[in-house]
Design a protein around this ligand. Structure first.
Ligand code: GLY
Length: 300
């Protein structure tokens, strides 16, 4: 347990947070750092579940969801962004420049235009090719298993980047960015941009972010529940375990269902957990810069 602390979902995030940690440890704010981490993933075409590399809906149309949060009164989110490559920055503008907490669809894109963010194509050529290949198979839109087993083979099958930080001044922030579920029904929004579902930050109680099948996370307000349990005295590990157990109790789980969370306390304790094996997360603090297996795996 130590602060500053930077923690993020999936092993692909380690190189991103390794670059950002020194800034967090110096004068960088937690909010700037979590936004930048999401922005890097959003531009990386090799990440097929976030930003520019993200896979489209079943009609071949790409939409992005994102959120940022520093406290219950301070959050911003966008869903269904179609013309801007950095939904996390649009979410931050919503938080900082409006009295609101969420903007949706083309109106969120118009808002980004008004604030000078460049309008761009967001469906990458690689994502388009993957969609065309999927269309040929004529199979139902079941997403591939979410595995991060280090073999490289399935590395493309990860999900949302969720990042949590505590800066040198003790301020906490979180960000979450996703292109949503591959081949989704047009208009579908997952957990990532919904405060309390894919992301929740309360400086008095802690922070949590989720990844995996958004509908499962949303059904139990997953990130809020973890933070609430920590606020009532649970360790991050126990809070994640109890939240995953609650989810498993509520849902008739299918083999392709995967959900994972990372969580931190205001003091810098952290943990991660997943419904099934295959999830990894990245941690940077003054002692380590590592990819770790979750301490909790509900169904091993
Ligand atoms: N966790 C991302 C999504 O379901 O959209």
């Amino acid at each position: 347990m130590s602060t500053p602390l930077l923690i993020s979902t999936w092993s692909f995030s380690l190189p991103i947070i390794e670059v950002e940690f020194p800034k967090l440890a110096a004068a960088g704010t937690a909010l700037d750092v979590v936004e930048r981490c999401a922005r890097v993933a959003e531009l990386d075409e090799s990440i097929d579940s976030v930003g520019f590399g993200g896979l489209p809906d079943r009609e071949g149309r790409c939409t992005f969801d994102a959120a940022v949060m520093t406290s219950p009164p301070e959050s911003g989110a966008v869903c269904g962004i179609e013309r801007h490559r950095h939904p996390v920055s649009v979410a931050r503008l919503v938080m900082e420049q409006t009295e609101h907490s969420m903007l949706v669809g083309s109106l969120a894109d118009d808002f980004a235009d008004e604030h000078g963010l460049p309008s761009q194509t967001i469906l990458s050529e690689s994502a388009k090719l993957k969609w065309e290949a999927w269309k040929q198979t004529n199979t139902p839109p079941i997403p591939p298993p979410l595995l991060d087993d280090g073999t490289g083979e399935l590395f493309g099958s990860h999900d949302t980047i969720g990042t949590l930080a505590i800066d040198a001044g003790g301020a906490m922030a979180g960000s979450c960015s996703s292109s949503g579920m591959a081949w989704k029904v047009p208009g579908r929004v997952g957990d990532s941009p919904i405060i309390g579902h894919g992301l929740y930050v309360d400086p008095l109680r802690g922070a949590a972010t989720g990844t995996g099948h958004g509908e499962l996370i949303s059904g139990i307000c997953g990130s809020f529940l973890i933070v609430e349990l920590m606020g009532r005295g649970a360790s991050p590990e126990d809070a994640i375990h109890d939240t995953l157990a609650r989810l498993a109790e509520c849902w008739p789980l299918k083999k392709e269902h995967q959900v994972a969370f990372v969580a931190i306390t205001p003091e810098g304790k952290y943990a991660a957990g997943s419904l099934r094996p295959g999830f990894k997360y990245a941690v940077c603090d003054v002692n380590q810069q590592v990819v770790l297996d979750p301490t909790v795996v509900l169904h091993s």
